[in-house]
Design a protein around this ligand. Structure first.
Ligand code: PEP
Ligand code: MG
Length: 930
């Protein structure tokens, strides 16, 4: 077998072959081949790296190839490697297919030795520069190639500065730097036990081997693990050997970094910084303040226009914004490196739209180049950049965005303080549906328990408010009105800041930057809609949420959770009365009072979404969620029970106290007497008895309703079967609202959806209620109602019985929150802050199944349900309304299996719109390529 070719000069390497040449090497080859001025050099391939790692030795023949390649460099540059009169110096850099910052530093000025150093001095006429280059090379080579610890060099530098009275590196004279280089050489010998190699080929051989070894260094392995870089994405590193060019050869020399467009705003203008008579390192190290590239137009007008021409060539070739490095050596511009520019979300959007409008990229390319998740940054407030505050704790990033406010420990206080005009953060161990008014009032929510699909997370996301959940480091004591985290005590009223995008919790207030829907984003999303097949709807529960969903471009509401409306503090007592009712009549009376309220809610949502479908889900959660907890009730009952005894004790108190002090002041005794009397009168009103009786009844009901596993218990359609009057009231409210809208000329498009369905019989029985109510309302209002009736598919059995369900349902909506829970048998409330992080860190699972749809398990069930459902009813409309509906990978899967829509929280709608377009464009692109 012939030996593979290990080396490609920049003129010959295939710029598309990043796996073999690494990203940096491939780009150097491309730039050279499109005619840009790149200093001559060559790339040693990743194959050579893998062979080295395999055999723990450079592959046979490699150094011969290296020598031949260096000889070619000598010919191209007219310099000699190791030639004391006219030395060729090179840089040696690593570079794999994926950019891995910090894998290995660059070695510069390789080829220097005591003899060539003299040549460099003669050539540059600048001994200070040459000694500086020499001591830097000894340090970098010692550190990077031979593992000499950096501190040893730093200590020598500090000693020398003290000795010479210099305060900064730049204050050191040529003589001082020459002495420093000698010190560094001595250190090298002391640490390696061998002399510093004078032979440039020996230097190069050691440097190449060191780059190869760095692939398996701890930093590189950690980086690959952190960013999930697999061997299929990058396997081994290449080595780039490039002729040195110097930006510090006088006032006609310079060095700098540039972006072809502004990476902060996206503006179409060259952007960057440069320094005349300087080395690249000086720009990075901030030793001198660099000038903006715009200043070059005055200082070096000719080179500035060359730089602008370079920018145009780079963009025209890569069809992408580039981040490049350049050096000007004696009036000649060299491009040393280019790569795709990293930009913030706003700049990505603007450059996409403008590059498409300029014809530099197609509309499809403009849509495909943006990671949809980036858009999240644009749609929520973020912490002001550059703040240096240290986080107190980190929880789960449950709902993105940032907010500051005063801590409150319960929803009532949140509501009260917000009414007084204060900004508050609701801090709870976990939230429950009855805390909903606290969500409305709070700027953000922090919980110490619960995952990213916990109640707090889902509700906060729906409202677009930041939430950090499962922050277990915080210990909350609601009764004492304080929380403790790592020794810091947070009291009610203290200000904290939450960053729901990172999960960080900070003490005090950090300013935030507001989000805005800017024109380029609007354009980009319109293009996305025009290119997508999947429609994107929103999960929204209130008219206000519906308005926001529309603003974000939702094509309807895919899930309105009616329980959110039950939790309004004004309604909860009526809901509780309905639950506590012992007879159907008593329940009916409570339901009769709820009916007009629900009708008003639905009318509000239908009006906000006029012309677009609104899927209303009938009541889902277990009843006990609307009642206080048993512990709370027991606490209240014990207080109420002590009241009569307390009254008697107060009446007896003056006598008791006189036993201790017969001189007890008169007015003291009088006031105690008055208090005792008014308590006795109050007791006669029996109001405390009534409060006690109510709580005792509630506690009894709570005990009755207690379930070992409420999520699998008496909830969803099972409630509708056992208390059909509840569903009937809701169905009536939906239809009456729709009829009233119709009569007022509002185009209401309701859809009725049944949760937790496991059997066709359940669906049939709800359908019967729907038909009966419909007939009655159509007759009463003299209208003909149009709506769809459908089923959530969130129970494993529903997937397996999809054909049967589709005979009754006109649409399916996958509730992938419950379906994932059921498929894995993982409790979604507990898994995320118990074992799931371990599962993900150790690779048992790749992703959190409550965030990223598990296409191999849950996805298979979905595919079955789609296939069997459509076999029974070809025009069955199918969507998804679990949290996954806003995750780009899951959106793509939904596209692939033929769903009609995805529905997600309003702030994620733009993300899903872009992801939906990308899903279709990728399929079309793949077909075109095939
Ligand atoms: C679901 O289960 O995916 C769903 C949307 O319903 P919920 O989260 O309200 O249970
Ligand atoms: Mg569900």
């Amino acid at each position: 077998m012939s030996q593979p070719r290990y080396i490609y000069p920049f003129e010959e390497g295939d710029g598309r072959d990043k796996m073999r040449l690494g990203g940096k090497g491939a780009n150097l080859c491309t730039m050279m081949q499109i005619g840009l001025d790149v200093p001559p050099g060559f790339v040693i391939t990743t194959d050579a790296c893998l062979a080295y790692l395999d055999a723990q030795a450079l592959p046979p023949g490699l150094m011969a190839e290296v020598r031949a390649s260096v000889a070619a460099l000598e010919r191209k540059t007219g310099k000699g490697f190791g030639n004391a009169a006219n030395p060729l110096l090179v840089s040696v850099r690593s570079g794999s297919a994926m950019s891995m910052p910090g894998m290995m530093d660059t070695i510069l000025n390789l080829g220097l030795n005591p003899a060539t150093l003299q040549g460099l001095i003669a050539q540059t006429g600048n001994p200070r520069f040459a000694y500086d280059a020499w001591r830097r090379f000894v340090q970098l080579f010692g550190k990077i190639a031979m593992g000499v610890p950096d501190d040893a060099f730093d200590a020598a530098m500090v000693t020398l500065k003290k000795k010479t009275g210099a305060t900064q590196d730049v204050d050191l004279s040529a003589d001082a730097l020459s002495m420093l280089a000698d010190d560094f050489l001595a250190l090298y010998v002391a640490h390696t036990g061998s002399p510093f190699p004078a032979d440039p080929y020996e230097q190069l051989e050691l440097a190449i081997a060191a780059v190869f070894r760095s692939w398996n260094g701890k930093r590189a392995i950690d980086y690959r693990r952190q960013f999930r870089i697999t061997p299929a994405m990058a396997n081994g590193t290449a080595v780039n050997v490039c002729t040195m060019v110097f930006g510090n050869m006088g006032e006609d020399s310079a060095t700098g970094v540039g972006f072809t467009r502004n990476p902060a705003t996206g503006e179409n203008a060259i952007y960057g910084e440069y320094l005349t008579n300087a080395q690249g390192e000086d720009v990075v190290a901030g030793i001198r303040t660099p000038k903006p590239i715009a200043a070059m137009a005055q200082e070096m007008p000719d080179l500035h226009s060359q730089l602008v021409a370079l920018r145009d060539r780079l963009e025209a070739h890569y069809h992408e914004v580039q981040d490049f490095e350049f050096t000007i050596e004696k009036g000649r511009l060299y491009c040393l490196q280019t790569r795709n520019g990293k930009m913030n979300a706003r700049a990505m959007v603007r450059t996409s739209v403008e590059m498409a409008q300029e014809g530099l990229v197609t509309m499809a390319q403009a849509l495909l180049r943006i990671n949809p998740m980036l858009l999240e940054q644009l749609l929520v407030p973020t912490l002001a950049p550059g703040h240096a505050r240290k986080a107190l704790a980190q929880g789960l990033p449950a709902s993105p965005g940032a907010a500051s406010g005063r801590i409150v420990f319960d929803a009532d206080t949140a509501e009260q303080r917000a009414k007084e005009g204060e900004k508050v953060i609701l801090v709870r161990e976990e939230t429950k549906p009855e805390d909903i008014h606290g969500f409305f009032a709070a700027e953000g929510i922090l919980t110490s328990r619960g995952g990213k699909t916990s109640h707090a997370a889902v509700v906060a996301r729906g409202m677009g408010k930041p939430c950090v959940s499962g922050c277990e480091a915080i210990h909350i004591d609601v009764r004492a009105r304080h929380a403790e985290v790592g020794g810091t005590v947070l009291r009610e009223g203290d200000i904290i800041t939450l960053d729901g995008t990172t999960g960080n919790v900070y003490p005090g207030k950090i300013p935030t930057v507001e989000a805005e829907f800017f024109p380029e984003l609007v354009t980009l999303l319109e293009w996305a809609d025009a290119n997508a097949r999947l429609r994107v709807k929103a999960n929204a529960d209130t008219p206000a949420d519906a308005v926001r969903a529309r603003k974000y471009g939702a094509k309807g509401i895919g899930l309105a959770r009616t329980e959110r409306m039950f939790n309004d503090p004004a309604r909860l007592p009526i809901v509780q009365e309905m639950i506590l009712a012992d007879t159907p009549e008593a329940r009916k009376s409570a339901l009769d009072r709820l009916l007009p309220i629900q009708r008003g809610d639905f009318k509000g949502i239908f009006t906000a979404m006029a012309g677009l479908p609104v899927t209303v889900r009938l009541l889902d959660p277990p009843m006990h969620e609307f009642l206080p907890t048993a512990a709370q009730l027991e606490y209240e009952i014990s207080h109420l029970r002590t009241l009569p005894r307390m009254g008697r004790s107060i009446a007896d108190l003056p006598e008791t106290l006189r036993l201790i002090d017969p001189e007890l002041p008169r007015d003291y005794v009088d006031s105690l007497g008055k208090l005792g009397q008014s308590l006795a009168e109050y007791r006669e009103s029996k109001r405390d008895d009534a409060a006690l009786v109510r709580r005792e009844a509630m506690l009894k009901k709570v005990h009755q309703l207690t379930e070992v596993n409420p999520m699998l218990g008496h909830r969803g359609v099972r409630l509708g079967m056992t208390y059909p009057e509840i569903y009937e009231m809701q169905i009536r409210a939906i239809m009456e609202a729709a009829a009233e809208c119709m009569l007022e000329g509002i185009d209401a498009r309701p859809e009725i959806m049944v949760p937790q369905v496991a059997t066709a019989e359940e669906l049939k029985r709800v359908r019967a209620i729907v038909d009966a109510v419909r007939a009655e309302i159509e007759q009463r209002h003299g209208v003909r109602l149009h709506f769809n009736f459908g089923s959530m598919v969130e129970v494993v059995r529903a997937c397996l019985r999809a054909a049967r369900l589709a005979e009754i349902a006109e649409f399916f909506s996958f509730g992938t929150n419950d379906l994932s829970q059921a498929t894995f048998s993982f409790s979604r409330e507990d898994a995320e802050n118990k074992f799931l992080p371990f599962y993900i860190e150790t690779g048992i699972l790749r992703d959190n199944p409550f965030e990223v749809l598990d296409i191999y398990g849950v996805g298979e069930l979905m595919k079955l349900a789609v296939e069997w459902g459509r076999a029974a009813r070809p025009d069955l409309e199918i969507g998804i309304c679990g949290e996954h509906g806003g995750h780009p990978d899951s959106v793509r899967f939904c596209h692939d299996i033929g769903l009609d829509y995805v529905s997600c929280s309003a702030p994620r709608v733009p993300i899903a719109r872009l992801a939906a377009a990308q899903a279709k464009l990728r399929v079309t692109g793949a077909k075109a390529a095939a």
